[in-house]
Design a protein around this ligand. Structure first.
Ligand code: NAD
Ligand code: 4TP
Length: 380
């Protein structure tokens, strides 16, 4: 299992050529625009977004970024964390070239001023407004074929689930929120880092509800999405998927649970007959060992902490989260709001940088697969 790095774009001409395909991902006269939502205003998200100004995204990657946030919040975090760059209002400077050290900010107003480290349910709707705005900008094309989306991808800084619920809004995570907003009945959460890719058969669910949620139908849908997006988003033509069992020792022939015998194995057999390369169900305790991992391109874990404990041990702070099965590209950081660090400027921006890089790489791959790219290839 290996991670691919983002191919650097050529900067010498007016269009960006992907190394993989030669497809142009730049719309006429403009760089692709990626939206970065700054997340929970009391957390580290806003200050991590400021750190994005440290890179030359246009020159080195052939994209421009816009951070969705309250402009006063960013200015306050810029002051408290010693930000050396310039904040620029995207609404009035959209025609200006992107510059290193300059962060374009799309202003979305807070409901009430936010203090670092202090959650306030009054700002829950603000957090969701950031997501709604980014999603709407990514969706133009999927809603109206031929229309140009405003954003080629969205990258999300962390939100705090409990404070959104405290505001009376049921919310379990970006993954479920974006799926519902797109009207997609099932998506798949995958985290990647440290040479691992780990997808989840169930996401933000109390542990007691996990066994009932793993049905033949849900597992089949999850594996179809995972298989398709390993091809589409990661460029792996025939993905090999390592599937974990649910129970200790994958059920030990039914002595330690029957889900493997009654649900998981028959589902895998049926999908193998469709042509998928599936290995398992494997005992989860030894699945995350190098010899087992070498047999596959990704892991499907049955529940959140079965998969993410190993993933975060291997790569916390340098991994990413991606939602598979959405009609838009969405990546995210591998960490939460880190309220204990907020406002100090000491939080590690590594995961956010990788999340942006992965969104760029997925955007290029999507552009290469688009009908426009295919037509351009035919006429060439
Ligand atoms: N992508 C997301 O939106 C996302 C991801 C994970 C957790 N969360 C949410 O974040 C909230 C807090 O979760 P948690 O406390 O379990 O996890 P957390 O990741 O916020 O914090 C866990 C530990 O990691 C440290 N940490 C986190 N990010 C760091 C960074 N960038 N640099 C250095 N250290 C960092 C924190 O200081 C803390 O010690 C919860 O509401 C959770 O649901 C959101
Ligand atoms: N499960 C994720 C993690 O542990 O990193 C996190 O809660 C974020 O999930 P969403 O992307 O659905 O918000």
């Amino acid at each position: 299992m290996s991670e691919s790095s983002v191919p650097r774009a050529s900067t010498s001409t007016s269009s960006v050529i992907t190394e993989a395909s030669g497809a142009s991902v730049r719309t006429t006269g403009q760089l692709p625009l990626i939206a970065v939502t700054s997340g929970e205003p009391a957390g580290v998200g806003p200050e991590l977004c400021l750190r994005l100004a440290e890179r030359d995204w246009a020159g080195d990657y052939g994209v421009r970024l816009v951070v969705l946030a309250d402009r006063d919040l960013l200015a306050e975090r810029a002051a408290s964390t010693g930000f050396a760059g310039v904040l620029r209002d995207a609404a009035v400077t959209s025609g200006l070239p992107p510059l290193p050290g300059v962060l374009d900010v799309l202003h979305v107003p807070l409901a009430v001023p936010a203090r670092a480290g202090q959650l306030d349910p009054a700002n829950a709707r603000y957090v969701l407004a950031l997501l709604d705005h980014a999603l709407a900008g990514c969706r133009a094309q999927s809603l109206a074929p031929g229309a140009q989306p405003e954003f080629t991808a969205m990258v999300t800084a962390p939100v705090h689930k409990a404070v959104i619920n405290a505001a009376g809004i049921p919310f379990t995570g970006h993954t479920e929120y974006l799926a519902a907003a797109c009207g997609v009945p099932r998506v798949v959460m995958m985290l990647a880092g440290g040479g691992l890719r780990v997808a989840l058969a169930t996401t933000h669910l109390p542990l007691k509800d996990v066994p009932a949620a793993i049905t033949a139908a849900s597992l089949r849908e999850t594996l179809h999405i995972l298989h398709a997006d390993m091809r589409r988003k990661f460029g792996i033509a025939q993905p090999r998927i390592l599937v974990a069992g649910l129970n200790p020792h994958a059920g030990e022939d039914g002595c330690l649970g029957r889900e493997e015998i009654e649900v998981i194995t028959p589902t895998l057999d049926a999908l193998r007959a469709e042509g998928m390369t599936l290995i398992g169900p494997l005992p989860a305790d030894t699945l995350f060992t190098p010899p087992q991992l070498a047999r596959g391109d990704c892991v499907l874990a049955m529940y959140h902490d079965q998969g993410l404990t190993a993933l975060k041990y291997a790569s916390f702070g340098a991994g990413i989260n991606v939602t598979l099965g959405l009609p838009v590209i969405r990546t995210s950081v591998d960490h939460g709001t880190a309220l204990d660090l907020a406002g100090r400027g000491t939080a590690d921006p590594g995961s956010l940088f990788v999340a942006v890089e992965q969104a760029i790489e997925m955007s290029r791959r999507a552009a290469a697969l688009s009908p426009a790219a295919a037509n351009a290839g035919e006429s060439a």
